[in-house]
Design a protein around this ligand. Structure first.
Ligand code: ARG
Length: 451
C-alpha cells in the first residue's frame, strides 16, 4: 500500500457511517424544504432535491447505491449522488449548512430511534420476567447474600427484582433520549448562519422537541452519546448479573434451572456437558459496552471548542453498543422464556439449610426477648444443630428449650412457607405482596406499552 492510499483510508468513515443514511436523507429533505419556504432557494429546486433524495434512499435500500470511499463519509456520498441524479439544484442543498451541524443532527436522530428500539426490547425482556413470576408464583428458593443461603424467598420475587432493574434502565434510556432530542441544524460550522432560517420549523418537521441554544455547543456536544453509553453500561451490567445467576443456577451444584438447548452448547470433548454459552457471552460482552463509554469519554476529554475531527470516532463504539445490547436483550427474552425450573430442587435447597434462623429469632422477639439476645440464642442453637448435622425442623421442643425457655410448641411450626408468608411488608416476599407486585408490573408494562 502506497503512502497516498494509507493516508486517505485513514480518514474514511463510510463503512460505518452509512448506517446514518436514513437520517441524512430525512434531514436534508426538511432542510431543503425550509430553504424554499424561507425564499433562500426556489421551490422548484427544493422539489428536485426532495425527489432526488427519495431516489437516493431507494437506491441505498435496494443495495444499488454506488458507495465511494474516496468521498469519505455518508454525507458526501449522498450529496455527490444527488448531483449525479438531479444536476444543478443539488449544488444548493448545502446552503446554510455545514457537515458539522449535519452530522450532529444525523446522530441525534439515529440515537432517538435506537433508544426507542432498545426500550421496546427492554419491555420484551421485562415481560418475560413477569411471565416467569406468574407461571411459578409459589415456587420457593433460598435467597442469598454472599452466595450463602440466607432466607427463603419466592422465585417470583427474585425475578421481579430484575424487572425493577430493567425498569430503571428503560427510564435512563428515556432520559438519554430527552438529551438527544435537541435540533442542532442552523448552527452551521460553529457560529450560526447568515440566512433567515426557520429552525423551529425544521425541528418540528423532524420530530424534535426543541432547538439548540448555542451554535458552538451544538456542533461540539456529544453528551447525548455519553448518556446513551452510560445507560447502556448500567443495563449491560444488570443483564450480566442475571447471566451470572443463570450460569450458577444451571450448574450441577445448584441445579435450579435447565436452559433450553437453543441457549446451550455441548462440549466438543465431554459429552455430558451443556454449557450456558449464551449467558456467558452476554456476561462477557458487558466489557465492550463499558469500554465504549470509556473510549468516548477519552476521545472528548481534550477537545477545544468546537468541532474537531476526533469526533468522528464517536460512531463505531456507539453502533457497537447498540448492536451488542440489541442482540443481548433478544437473547435474554428467548432464554428466559424457554428455561425450565427444577422446583423440587429449589425448595429442597431452601429446606435443607439453616435459612429459618432469622425466623426463630423473630419468634423469640414475639415472645418478648430483645432481638440482639434472640440473635445470640439462635446462633448457639445453630451451632448445636450444625454440629449434629440436623436441621431446625429435626430438633425436639426439649432441645429448643435447652437454649431458651421462651420456646414452646409454636417453634415447631416455623417452616419456609410461613417464613415467606410472614414477610408481608410492602416490597416483601410474601405471596400476597408478590401477587400485588405482579399486577403492578403487568400494569406498568401495559401503560408504557411494554417500555
Ligand atoms: N464524518 C464526519 C464526522 O463524523 C462528519 C463531519 C465532518 N466535518 C468536517 N468539518 N470535516 O464527524
Amino acid at each position: 500500500m502506497g503512502l497516498k492510499e494509507v493516508s486517505s483510508d485513514y480518514t474514511v468513515s463510510i463503512h460505518y457511517d452509512r448506517r446514518l443514511y436514513r437520517q441524512d436523507v430525512e434531514g436534508s429533505t426538511v432542510h431543503a424544504r425550509m430553504l424554499a419556504k424561507q425564499g433562500i432557494i426556489e421551490g422548484s429546486e427544493a422539489d428536485a432535491i426532495v425527489n432526488g433524495l427519495a431516489q437516493v434512499r431507494s437506491e441505498i435500500e435496494r443495495d444499488e447505491f454506488p458507495w465511494r470511499p474516496e468521498l469519505e463519509d455518508v454525507h458526501m456520498n449522498i450529496e455527490r449522488r444527488l448531483h449525479e441524479l438531479i444536476g444543478e439544484p443539488a449544488l444548493r442543498l448545502h446552503t446554510a449548512r455545514s457537515r458539522n451541524d449535519q452530522v450532529a443532527l444525523d446522530m441525534r436522530m439515529y440515537v432517538k430511534d435506537a433508544i426507542d428500539n432498545l426500550r421496546g426490547l427492554l419491555g420484551t425482556v421485562r415481560d418475560a420476567l413477569v411471565s416467569l413470576a406468574e407461571e411459578h408464583r409459589r415456587v420457593v428458593m433460598p435467597g442469598y447474600t454472599h452466595v450463602q443461603r440466607a432466607q427463603p424467598v419466592l422465585f417470583a420475587h427474585h425475578m421481579l427484582a430484575y424487572f425493577e432493574m430493567l425498569g430503571r434502565d428503560a427510564a435512563r434510556f428515556a432520559q438519554a433520549r430527552e438529551r438527544a432530542d435537541v435540533m442542532p441544524l442552523g448552527s452551521g460550522a460553529l457560529a450560526g448562519l447568515p440566512y433567515p432560517l426557520d429552525r423551529e420549523w425544521v425541528a418540528a418537521e423532524l420530530g424534535f422537541s426543541r432547538i439548540s441554544a448555542n451554535s458552538m455547543d451544538a456542533v461540539s456536544d456529544r453528551d447525548f452519546l455519553l448518556d446513551f453509553h452510560a445507560a447502556a453500561s448500567v443495563c449491560a451490567m444488570h443483564l450480566s448479573r442475571l447471566a451470572e445467576e443463570l450460569v450458577l443456577w444451571s450448574s450441577d451444584e445448584f441445579g435450579f434451572i435447565r436452559l433450553s438447548d437453543d441457549f446451550t452448547t455441548g462440549s466438543s470433548i465431554m459429552p455430558q456437558k451443556r454449557n450456558p454459552d449464551f449467558a456467558e457471552i452476554a456476561r462477557g460482552k458487558t466489557g465492550r459496552v463499558f469500554g465504549n463509554l470509556m473510549a468516548l469519554l477519552t476521545t472528548l476529554k481534550g477537545l477545544p471548542l468546537t468541532y474537531n475531527r476526533d469526533m468522528q470516532e464517536d460512531k463505531e463504539g456507539f453502533f457497537d453498543s447498540e448492536d451488542t445490547l440489541t442482540a443481548t436483550l433478544q437473547v435474554f427474552a428467548g432464554m428466559l422464556r424457554s428455561m425450565k425450573l427444577n422446583e423440587a430442587r429449589m425448595r429442597d435447597a431452601a429446606q435443607s439449610s439453616y435459612v429459618l434462623a432469622t425466623d426463630i429469632a423473630d419468634y423469640l422477639v414475639a415472645k418478648g426477648m430483645p432481638f440482639r439476645e434472640a440473635y445470640r440464642v439462635v446462633a448457639s442453637l445453630s451451632d448445636y444443630a450444625v454440629e449434629q448435622d440436623r436441621h431446625f425442623h429435626e430438633l425436639t421442643l426439649d432441645e429448643f428449650r435447652q437454649f431458651s425457655d421462651l420456646f414452646d410448641e409454636g417453634v415447631l411450626e416455623i417452616d419456609i412457607d410461613r417464613s415467606i408468608g410472614a414477610r408481608d411488608v410492602p416490597g416483601g416476599t410474601s405471596a400476597t405482596r408478590v401477587d400485588e407486585a405482579i399486577v403492578n408490573a403487568r400494569q406498568e408494562l401495559e401503560v408504557g406499552n411494554g417500555v
